[in-house]
Design a protein around this ligand. Sequence first.
Ligand code: FMN
Length: 170
Amino acid sequence: MSSISFSEPEESKACQGVDAVSGASALRRDGQVKGSNQYVAELPARDAGADLFRLETVEQYPREHEALTKFAKGEAERNARPELKALPDLPAYDTVFIGYPVWWYGMPMALHAMFDKLDFSGKRIAPFTVHGGSHLGGTDDEIRRLEPSAKVLKGLAISRSDVADEDIPQ
Ligand SMILES: Cc1cc2nc3c(=O)[nH]c(=O)nc-3n(C[C@H](O)[C@H](O)[C@H](O)COP(=O)(O)O)c2cc1C
């Protein structure tokens, strides 16, 4: 079992009463700053022994909210495939959790870059997202379209407001 996440913790704190694409996502967990999807991806690792893999791009994303939203919008509009630092070793796994934020109502382009390069045929994919209001936003169906030979399970959508910014007792 593997738990892959793409997660970009933003440096400013979430603001309230703003639209779905506003607000920041950094959490303090285990004495470290983590993205919310990064944190949730660690749960199957901690509780079921899944191996963790963090998907990262060669070019670092801006940490500041406005700059990040602008950058991500440009990537989506160009249908970009950002270069990835590394790819997970898929053959070793039957079941793969894949977690990502919803960005501009869809999957971040880094996920598209990964799905372009890897073949998930025969794998079970368990998609999840910590989102700001869009739930899965159809991203699980998008994964089904990109990986028709995989078994894509029902996606799990977790609201950002349900992932509290505090350490919990183990
Ligand atoms: C560039 C950008 C675009 C976003 N677009 C959406 C969106 O369309 N719908 C939504 O619900 N949340 C949106 N959000 C909020 C993120 O999905 C949310 O903050 C998420 O929990 C961030 O996860 P992370 O900390 O793992 O990176 C957006 C955030 C950013 C930075």
